[in-house]
Ligand binder design. Sequence first.
Ligand code: ATP
Ligand code: MG
Length: 422
Amino acid sequence: MALVASPVFLVHYHEIGLKGHNRASFEHRLMRNIEFLCKGLPIESVSRISGRILVCVDRESLTGTVDDDGYIENGLDNPKVSKIFGILKGIPGVARVSLGWRTSREMDEMCQLAGEVLREAEPFTTFKVESRRSNTDYPLHTMDLNRQIGAYLCELEPDKIVRMENPDAVVHVEVIQGSTYIYARTQPGVGGLPVGSAGKFVSLLSTGIDSPVAMWRIIHRGGVAVALHFSGAPQTDDSSEYLVRDICDQLASVGGVQKLCIAKIGDYQKKIAQVVPAKLRVIFFRRLMFTVANEVARREGALAIATGESLGQVASQTMENIRAVDAVAEVPVFRPLIGTDKQEIIALAKELGTYDLSTQACADCCTLFLPRNPETHAKMSEVLELSEQMPFEQWALEICDNMQIEMGHCNIKQGWQVGLVR
Ligand code: ATP
Ligand code: MG
């Protein structure tokens, strides 16, 4: 009998599955994000099936030889399929991605396809079949499915051994609505929630290692970032502006960075340096950054500010200094890395591909006009007294009016929309 199998990805989610009546809106958002991020790749459709998102690959685009039964040998090793696999795993909200085939609910076809899928799992010694069915209108119980398909596979591969505990290969058989999905290839995704399911936030993005990771952490929980970068220009060169663009580009395959705002604050830092003693300047530079972030949040309708601070990492990140800066914020400040060690942050940055960019040398506004040993325990009374001598609110308006805003900046390279904001 001719076996007509179509290549598919099954996208599994976890936390979305826990949502009550909001669930459908989370699922739809994830589907739309998948469609956007996979644009240009051979995808036929993205749809919802019981507890999964089904991504159908365009069969015609697969290489490999079609055998007499219509099954495409090595079809899943196609480079475009691998690319889709890689993108899907990195999309926030995706807990696991499985790559396999769709066929009918006929037992003969299921068995044949299970045989092909098992062959794809080579090399292995032990295996088992794990079935699931979403409809009770399918007459066979999962135990019967396991037994019947397992018996067929044992006959087909007499040298292999069935093992229930930790087998080398698992052939998953899922009977969902009118079809059966069979796969052995499955890999964990990044988890989290779909981009756009939480609010918009202003992400203070430097060219350092920490802040891109912090921004990604909030994007990964569903946030949409308006990245805000402060450059020391014209008191420094503008090299950090190029680097921060590259960092946004690197994160483009995840989606979530809606725009990049670049604010040149070198001249304002100079004005601060004329009033504030060297030891306290870092606090004031950071208070200026937060005052500008408040204004950006107002203009963008953002609900929070995120930074890459980690407690005690540098002088500006002691509890006293964080308090002296935080007092300026008008919206909640998220510090997703506050309790994370540098080594863990570095490991995450390497996974995200931002580490090599973040370790490139460039002009940094943070070191401008600063002494070697800045104050680590700022006194609030002293900070407030000095603050009155400078019109920060007015400066923030000026800085925002002159800010360079790159809309959907991260879309340019790929030529598709990743903003995902509705
Ligand atoms: P990072 O590695 O992210 O630069 P850091 O360890 O160098 O962090 P700081 O320079 O104290 O720490 O900065 C703390 C946080 O302030 C950063 O994580 C970032 O969120 C924000 N920040 C610092 N410099 C800038 C900048 N030039 N533009 C935008 N945000 C910045
Ligand atoms: Mg920094």
